[in-house]
Design a protein around this ligand. Structure first.
Ligand code: SAM
Length: 298
């Protein structure tokens, strides 16, 4: 049974008296080529565990089951979970479906309980679009044992993920994705590849998780600087950092001068290396100030 066939999807839904839930981002993939592209980009092989978020009626799950050793799929909708048990799990014993919210479930526990020591999992998903960014950020920030994340997202979000400094799409999401991963757009996908079609076009994005960050700076300090720089986009870098970090303007100007970065630039022009240089400098200043006993507020 090909679960990407519109006829099959319609008949399964009719048999269970259900409809696609817009509020859960249920746009089911009906293009088998796109499903194959996702599986291939994930690089899943017989020794791999793949975590799928939002399996829906299981068109991707059944393909992943053929390629990977184990598939663990987290689905929020209880109706779909019980259908998946009968369709996908019954036919593929290497698939486990867990009912839950991928934004809340303990992914550390889920993965560590199923992986061998030192093993890394892959993520493959056609993500529910209403929570794409928080879910991607969760996967990145939680420092999970992952080596590859392949997700379908809105095209506009995919462009933000890969955009370079200075472009209008460049922002905190671009920096975070590029800090944690080596990212690329695998393919763009027309809205007609889904049933029902969403209002936007999409793209498959592959993120290879980096073993080591691409820049040298304490992670927390780096992201504090990034958040402050993008927090007030209309302000110059000097003012945005001072307001966002709660640090005196003079100290910020000094740190920027030391790194050779013009304080009148905007956050969206800074490279990862420049954010790291500022974070190192501010961190060093904070340490100096704390050591001098002048203040402990920085
Ligand atoms: N993978 C299927 C496909 O490609 O046809 C369905 C993809 S559909 C875009 C997103 C799926 O995510 C839906 O099945 C929806 O019920 C599920 N979902 C929505 N929010 C979720 C959440 N917080 N946690 C887990 N699954 C969720």
């Amino acid at each position: 049974m090909d679960l990407s066939s519109p006829k099959t999807i319609k008949s399964i839904m009719a048999a269970h008296g259900i409809r696609p839930q817009h509020r859960l981002g249920q746009n089911f993939l009906i293009d088998p080529r796109v499903l194959d592209i996702i599986v291939e980009a994930s690089g899943a092989g017989p020794d791999d565990l793949v975590l799928e978020i939002g399996p829906g009626l299981g068109p991707l799950t059944q393909r992943l089951a053929g390629a990977a050793g184990t598939v663990v799929a987290v689905e929020l909708d209880r109706n779909l979970v019980s259908i998946l048990e009968k369709t996908v799990v019954a036919a593929h014993p290497n698939v486990e479906v867990i009912q839950g919210d991928a934004g809340r479930i303990d992914l550390h526990e889920l993965l560590h309980a199923r992986l061998a020591p030192g093993q890394k999992a892959k993520v493959a998903a056609n993500l529910p679009y209403y929570i794409t960014t928080p879910l991607v950020m969760r996967l990145l920030e939680a420092t999970l044992p992952l080596d590859e994340i392949v997700v379908m997202v809105q095209k506009e979000v995919a462009n933000r993920m890969v955009s370079p400094p200075g472009s209008k799409e460049y922002g905190a999401l671009s920096v975070a994705v590029q800090y944690y991963t080596d990212v690329r757009i695998v393919t763009t996908v027309s809205r007609t590849a889904f049933m029902p079609p969403p209002d936007v076009d999409s793209a498959v994005v592959a993120m290879r998780v980096r073993a080591v960050p691409p820049v040298d700076a304490p992670r927390e300090g780096f992201f504090r600087v990034v958040k402050a720089a993008f927090g007030q986009r209309r302000k110059s870098l000097g003012n945005a950092l001072s307001a966002g970090l709660g640090i005196d303007k003079g100290l910020v100007q000094e740190a920027l001068r030391a790194t050779g970065i013009d304080p009148i630039r905007r956050g969206e022009t800074l490279s990862l290396e420049e954010f790291a240089a500022i974070a190192r400098e501010i961190n060093a200043n904070a340490t100096d100030t704390a050591n001098s006993g002048v203040t402990d507020e920085v």
